[in-house]
Design a protein around this ligand. Structure first.
Ligand SMILES: [Zn+2]
Length: 363
């Protein structure tokens, strides 16, 4: 973890000359996209003015963010709670080995990577877990929300918020060799709860249990990113948006579409406007988050990393940078974020995680 020191390096700051030359190259940069009739010069201007949130920046989120950033979407807000690990690199296209060695938060690593290939757009990285208490602040001012999450809990939360605020969002998911995607335009199309009234119960396939092909991710992200462009460009482009839940298996080539053309009248969310996920009813403050790990997000305790580093030294190995503090206490690995949130790796027992947190961080 010695390479954590890399984080003290200053951000890339383009000088005046490179900024003006960047402006001159703007027309050039998007020329092939402007030539495409569905976008054109007017469409490109709309993309430059657009504000899009990407919730979750793992595999799908990376691919979505990379495509939309290169396409010139003017503002991308990237929200992610996690940090980069070596097992991400097979499919999470915005990260590299140095990011994994540094345990860099994915939102920060994504923003840096995008700035290196498009410095003309605004990237707003948010290292945070999207929950009912912060969804308003995190999604405020965003005209479109893209799903790069890996769990139904957050997707239902996004769906409630989007339907309540009449904000479009695009559901995307990939596991194993297949991907799924659905455009949700409130009051026009079906919402997520119209199609899946309840989140799947029992054993659910995840990337941890079923693995994942990077090509399945990129397929679903390509389709979702294109739908996003149509929506942002508007007018005739918008009429080409798909109104189905599409699923495609890149291994077997099986694919299907389920109509999502109309809202379901008795839908809890868009019919009855009962936003149970937005209300946060019964939401646990400590959750499993895959990879043999548990997240504790009930705390709002700003952490001074320098002080915490000294306090934890006698109990294990400690390293920190500006963004995360890592504490190895065999067999556990705790990653602390500045707001007090923690991911504890090495257990799926929430009681064990809670007790570790209480013992070393505070109860
Ligand atoms: Zn609905």
């Amino acid at each position: 973890m010695t390479s954590l020191a890399r984080e003290t390096q200053p951000e890339r700051q383009p000088d005046g000359n490179s900024q003006s030359s960047a402006k001159q190259s703007s027309a050039d940069r998007y020329s092939r996209q402007v030539l495409f009739r569905g976008i054109g010069a007017e469409g490109q201007r709309k993309l430059a003015a657009a504000r899009v949130a990407i919730v979750g920046c793992g595999a799908t989120g990376s691919a979505l963010a990379g495509l939309l950033a290169r396409a010139g979407v003017g503002t991308l807000r990237i929200i992610d709670r996690d940090y980069v690990e070596p097992s991400n690199l097979q499919r999470q296209s915005l990260f590299d080995e140095a990011d994994a060695a540094d345990s860099l938060p994915k939102a920060i690593a994504a923003a840096r990577k995008i700035a290196a290939f498009n410095s003309q757009i605004v990237i707003e990285p948010k290292v945070d877990d999207l929950v009912p208490a912060n969804i308003e602040a995190l999604l405020e001012g965003m005209e479109l929300i893209l799903d790069g999450t890996d769990n139904f809990e957050t997707r239902y939360l996004i769906n409630d918020y989007a339907v309540d605020r009449s904000r479009p969002w695009i559901y995307s998911a990939a596991v194993g060799s297949y991907g799924l995607t659905l455009n949700v335009v409130p009051a026009q199309t079906a919402c997520l709860a119209c199609i899946f009234p309840d989140s799947p119960r029992g054993m659910v396939e995840t990337c941890e249990t079923s693995g994942i092909l990077n090509s399945a991710v990129n397929l679903v992200a390509s389709i979702a990113a294109t739908e996003a462009l149509k929506l942002l460009v508007g007018g005739d482009a918008e009429t080409h948006m798909r109104r189905t839940l599409l699923s495609f298996d890149v291994w077997t080539n099986e694919h299907s579409e389920i109509s999502a053309a109309k809202p379901r009248p008795d839908c809890r969310a868009c019919g009855e406007r009962d936003f149970i996920h937005l209300a946060g009813e019964g939401r646990p403050h400590i959750t499993l988050c895959g990879r043999n790990s548990v997240q504790i997000h009930e705390r709002q305790r700003p952490i001074n990393f320098a002080e915490m580093d000294v306090r934890l030294q006698p109990h294990g190995v400690v390293r920190h940078n500006d963004f995360v503090l890592k504490f190895w206490h065999d067999p556990y690995e705790m990653t602390l974020f500045p707001d007090g949130r923690a991911i504890i790796k090495g257990t799926t027992d929430t009681a064990v995680a809670r007790s570790l947190y209480a013992r070393y961080v505070g109860s």
